[in-house]
Design a binder for this molecule. Structure first.
Ligand code: SAM
Length: 236
């Protein structure tokens, strides 16, 4: 069963999100395990200060290396005590590699994952060099902290674990899994505000439905994500 740890200055925020809905239910039935750790608990100064002014000047403050490393070492120790290998350590940074479903699939194969969240202006580079197996950005924009990014990674990885979704079909048919965007979905009623569900979906002809969905998927990808469409064409 996969274990994900999050090192953060806002563990309550992460715990609240992970306790909800599909991931929360999966954890309750023992399909996955998550833990959130307060980086501040690992500070060595009396004021429990976690950050300081950047060398060289500039706005904002930078997280100290020491509490971040000690928090990581604590998680590594917990994993070892639980008979697990060293967790794969990911630092969430705006300058990391942009996250995709391919990364989610790759990380989903890890026994355990430690996600480290920065805040303020970021984290002292030396602890990233020392501890990170990789740096991940969830997109080309800047967040105030790594918590939302860590939750995005945790959610996308945990939903791929056995026992989290009702069946693997739940993720294998979705956008990005095979490099394409998903076809449009409809539910009852058959007509809503003058808009009808496409006839073919009411036909009961599974072969035709499959063909229609494949076409829609290709067409959507071509129009909305020409970069993905070209990649698929090159690989075929
Ligand atoms: N000074 C940093 C820069 O310009 O690259 C941005 C720091 S940001 C205000 C604070 C924290 O939010 C970062 O340390 C990181 O953990 C997180 N963060 C911000 N944007 C992110 C993104 N796109 N993906 C992942 N984490 C992000």
């Amino acid at each position: 069963m996969m274990r994900i740890d999050i090192a953060t200055l806002f563990p309550d925020m992460c715990e609240q999100v992970l306790a909800e809905s599909i991931i929360g239910r999966a954890e309750k039935k023992g399909a996955v395990e998550t833990h959130c750790h307060q980086i501040r608990d690992y500070t060595l100064n009396r004021q429990k200060q976690t950050d300081d002014y950047p060398y060289g000047g500039g706005p904002g403050k930078v997280l100290y290396a020491q509490p971040v490393k000690d928090c990581c070492l604590h998680v590594i120790g917990e994993c070892e005590a639980a008979g697990r290998p060293r967790p794969h350590i990911v630092f969430l940074t705006a300058a990391g590699k942009t996250y995709t479903e391919e990364d989610a699939k790759r990380l989903a194969a890890c026994d355990s994952l430690l996600l480290v969240c920065g805040h303020y202006e970021g984290i002292d580079e030396r602890v990233i060099e020392d501890m990170a197996d990789e740096e991940i950005s969830i997109g080309d924009y800047v967040l105030t902290g790594g918590e939302l990014a860590a939750l995005v990674v945790a959610d996308s990885v945990l939903r791929l674990q056995p026992g989290v979704l009702a069946s693997p079909e739940g993720y294998e048919k979705e956008s990005y899994w095979d490099g394409l965007l998903e076809y449009p979905q409809y539910t009852r009623p058959e007509e809503w505000e003058g808009r009808k569900v496409p006839e073919v979906l009411l036909s009961g002809n599974h072969k035709k439905i499959e063909e229609w969905r494949k076409e829609q998927s290709l067409e959507r990808t071509r129009k909305r994500r020409p970069d993905l469409y070209e990649k698929i064409r090159r690989e075929q």
